[in-house]
Design a protein around this ligand. Structure first.
Ligand code: AMP
Length: 199
């Protein structure tokens, strides 16, 4: 079983067109607080990122936002919520968020969210990190992506083993519950001292 204290959530800097996405961010925020889990995220108050962080912070939960200086101005990122760390680059932000986290969750978002998710999966596939990864599949948003993963496995570009690098649930509580028990598949390439290689 994984000792989860901090969960890094990747999600949209937009709200999406449907209320269900905002509601799902609130549900995840409440669930993090209920379980005493700290949130690490990309900082600021924009989009689903802001809804999630505000929900956790307003309910007394711990929030750490990590933002590169270039995005830090309030007109870009909105109001700071909780503790905010300013770093030098987008790369440093991802490395810091990954170091702080015991597990990762991706929920609906755009290019930025997928970039963060896939970098984390790539590190997992290389054995550079072994922390659990979950896809919060709100409103079946990620179904086309899951179809693509199946296609990539079928066509020989993703090893079947690596399909098990992440778990999927449309329910926040179930997802966090399962993350605590999720182990990366055996046979993933692993280097000595991994976990120190994120920065
Ligand atoms: P996207 O999924 O394209 O909306 O991008 C979401 C991710 O991109 C976030 O997790 C952040 O890392 C980053 N991002 C994009 N826009 C902003 C912003 N205005 N303020 C803070 N982070 C942002």
């Amino acid at each position: 079983m994984n000792q989860l204290r901090t969960v890094c959530v990747y999600c949209g800097s937009s709200l999406g067109t449907k209320a269900v996405y905002r509601q799902a961010a609130e549900l995840l925020g409440r669930e993090l607080v209920r379980r005493g889990l700290r949130l690490v995220y990309g900082a600021g108050s924009v989009g689903l990122m802001g809804v999630l962080a505000r929900t956790v912070f307003d309910r007394g939960g711990d929030v750490l936002g990590v933002i590169p200086g270039v995005l830090a101005p309030r007109e870009v990122a909105g109001e700071p919520i909780g503790e905010t760390v300013v770093v030098d680059s987008m790369h440093e932000r991802k490395a810091r968020m990954a170091r702080e986290a015991d597990a990762f969750v991706a929920m609906p978002g755009g290019y930025g969210t997928l970039d963060e998710l896939f970098e984390t999966l790539t590190w997992g596939q290389l054995g550079l990190q072994r922390k659990p990864i979950g896809l919060y599949n709100v409103n079946n948003y990620f179904d086309p992506l899951l179809l693509w993963v199946d296609q990539a496995v079928k066509e020989g570009f993703v090893r079947p083993l690596h399909r098990q690098l992440f778990i999927v649930s449309e329910d926040a509580s179930t997802l966090l519950e399962r993350l605590a028990f999720h182990e990366p598949p055996k046979g993933v390439i692993s280097f000595p001292g991994n976990g120190d290689r994120l920065g």
